[in-house]
Design a protein around this ligand. Structure first.
Ligand code: GLC
Ligand code: GLC
Length: 623
């Protein structure tokens, strides 16, 4: 008589059955024609089963918990903080000493910037990974990592780490073997014997780092190959049309999932599929790959969700949440790059028309099984992703507006409050991206006290916007204390060529220790941010699944978004100008405001005459 299957095996079988329709048809389309396809499927099944067998019991319990609470990452108590381990706390053990600080700020999600073993020297901030199974030795060991992830879980803080999918470091074992002539290893990358195909592809490719890593291919005379290197020379693009890449990365993904992470940030996903005659970004196969990877995680480690990094135009970005046949089956989180860009654009022009147009016309009011990662600053530069069509829809010129934004945030435009640094200026296209910390770009380097206070108000408006918009607000380390640009990167040979290091400062613990004094602007910024996150937690109507509706205010200084919560709408207003604005009480009532309660200040608002008066850079969440 056959023995009854163990419950553990039954759970795995159920999960496999649940996600099989999301997995195998995708793989069949991607790899069905490959001579090794059947073999690959067998290996993949084994990898999924092995991952499940190796999954620690406490994580299996978490899997179950999140199956019961699938909206855990959409709740209003989620608030994220993003940092480099060394810059925040020296090493992983140091992180443990600063968890009270994070809790004090109201953080429930942390993103450790790349923490796997990078190549030596310049590693693009850790995005050139040499070994996906080792922690960066400068940060600690795998045991330290597990100790931190366990402690985070105890405190109810979710952990996000990066999984770099598009490339490995050229020092990775696979790349080393490829350079030594191993044919199977060469097939994991894009390698060519002659420059013909690289030249043909290059006709339609864009350059990500035109300044210091021009072109998309690198010729290595010592082993006679042209290698696809979209980013830096030391980052070799993986060949995802080879099923072996899918298999190897899936094994790595499940291994990382089993170390106790909650969120995997899938880096630079747009570039994963190459097709001659295209930009090789966001090709349809990218979404098949991402849906299949998602399914693998849901089978073996369903507690883990995927954050997809695709810094692309709105139309191109939405599919990363899964649209059409991928609806609800791809990324659970994706960066809201447009919200970020439009925040900075409206702040410079003091006019929200473009912001309102873009956010209202390109984005649905809700997503399935997914929500945004909302942010104002991150570790990367800001690219002015404003299309000519959107600009002309509000009567401005796209090229002129993008140029204006670059000049404004570089600080060269007359009257600009910002102090940024140019990044990867592309003379050929006129493209000029911008680096700079939130505080420096928002005007905190001003000498006049009033101007500096305005800068803090701009920052708090930004944090109130990302806390209310819908999604997980991500605060970049130091922005809660208004840390300024850090020019010391210029003295570091591994960083000097990359102005993004200007906004990756070291944590200032002296400032942090004085955060409750309320005396300094940085303390005001901290207390203001802490308050915003506390009020977000206290306002369940901000749950990510409740629709986000952009409201036309008729006043270009004001941006408005209504969160359609079942308990009644929350109307969030933001004054992007340095002047007082007035909103008619009747208009507010027309948008469902009856309690006159501002959930952000937790006060009843009073009208003056029939008007609500909003000071410069005001933000309110009215119910
Ligand atoms: C991602 C990272 C960026 C890095 C790039 C290449 O976009 O955010 O910092 O340079 O990938 O890995
Ligand atoms: C571009 C790429 C993004 C990368 C960034 C680095 O925006 O699309 O993936 O991280 O450049 O600056």
């Amino acid at each position: 008589m056959a023995k009854a299957a163990k419950p553990d095996d039954q759970i795995f079988a159920l999960r496999m059955a649940r996600s099989a329709p999301d997995l195998w048809p995708m793989l069949e389309q991607l790899y069905g024609q490959h001579p090794n396809y059947n073999h690959f499927c067998t290996d993949l099944r084994a990898a999924l089963a092995d991952g499940w067998k190796a999954r620690p019991t406490d994580l299996k319990l978490l899997d179950l918990k999140r199956d019961l609470e699938p909206d855990w990452f959409q709740c209003a108590d989620m608030a994220g903080y993003v940092f480099y381990i060394d810059r925040f706390a020296g090493n992983l053990r140091g992180v443990l000493d600063h968890l009270d600080y994070l809790e004090d700020l109201g953080i429930t999600y942390v993103h450790f910037m790349p923490c796997l073993k990078p190549r030596p020297g310049d590693s693009d901030g850790g995005y050139a990974v040499m070994d996906y199974r080792s922690i960066n030795p400068a940060y600690g060991t795998l045991d330290d990592f597990k100790a931190v992830s366990t402690e985070l879980r105890k405190r109810g803080i979710s952990l996000c780490i990066d999984l770099v999918l598009n490339h490995t470091a050229k020092e990775h074992d696979w790349a080393q073997a490829a350079a030594q002539g191993d044919k199977a290893a060469q097939d994991l990358y894009w390698m060519f014997d002659t420059p013909d195909l690289p030249q043909a592809y290059s006709k339609t490719l864009v350059e990500v780092f035109p300044d210091n890593a021009p072109g998309n291919f690198t010729h290595y005379p010592d082993f006679g190959k042209w290698v696809w290197t979209t980013f830096n020379e030391h980052q070799w693009d993986l060949n995802w049309s080879n099923p072996q890449v899918f298999l190897e990365i899936t094994r790595i993904m499940l291994h990382l999932a089993n170390t106790g992470v909650d969120v995997l940030r899938l880096d630079a996903v747009a570039f994963m599929w190459k097709r001659l005659g295209t930009r090789c970004q966001s090709e349809p196969e990218v979404h098949m790959l991402l849906q299949a990877l998602r399914a693998c995680c849901r089978i073996t480690a369903p507690a883990v969700i995927h954050l997809e990094e695709a810094i692309v135009s709105p139309q191109e970005m939405l599919p990363y949440f899964g649209r059409g046949k991928h609806d609800g089956r791809e990324g659970n989180l994706a960066y809201h790059n447009s919200l970020m860009v439009q925040f900075w654009s409206a702040l410079a022009t003091r006019d929200t028309s473009l912001m309102t147009h873009v956010l209202a016309s390109h984005f649905p009011d809700r997503l399935t099984n997914a929500t945004y990662a909302t942010y104002i600053r991150c570790h990367d530069d800001i690219g002015w992703a404003v299309t000519d069509e959107d600009a002309s829809a509000v009567g401005i010129s796209g090229p002129a507006h993008r140029r204006f934004l670059s000049d404004f945030y570089e600080g060269t435009f007359p009257g600009s409050f910002a102090r940024g640094a140019p990044f990867q200026v592309n003379e050929a296209t006129g493209d000029k991206r911008i680096s700079g910390s939130f505080a420096s770009l928002a005007g905190l380097e001003a000498t006049d006290e009033h101007d500096r206070e305005m800068a803090v108000q701009r920052m708090l408006m930004g944090h109130a916007l990302i806390a209310a918009f819908g999604g997980i607000p991500l605060i970049y380390m130091g922005d809660e204390l208004a840390l300024l640009n850090d020019h010391s990167y210029l003295n570091d040979p591994a960083h000097a060529h990359d102005s993004r290091w200007i906004h990756r400062p070291r944590m200032d613990w002296a400032l942090a220790d004085a955060r409750h004094s309320g005396n300094s602007l940085s303390s005001q910024c901290f207390l203001g941010t802490q308050h915003i996150l506390a009020r977000r937690r206290a306002t369940p109507g901000l749950h990510g699944a409740h629709p986000t509706q952009i409201v036309q205010t008729g006043n270009p200084a004001l941006f408005a978004v209504q969160r359609a919560a079942p308990t009644g709408p929350i109307l969030c207003l933001f004054n992007f100008s340095h002047h007082w604005q007035h909103v008619a009480g009747g208009w507010l009532q027309g948008h469902g405001i009856t309690h006159w309660h501002d959930a952000l200040s937790d006060q009843i608002v009073t009208l003056h005459g029939d008007y609500l008066a909003l000071p410069p850079y005001a933000r309110v969440w009215l119910t």
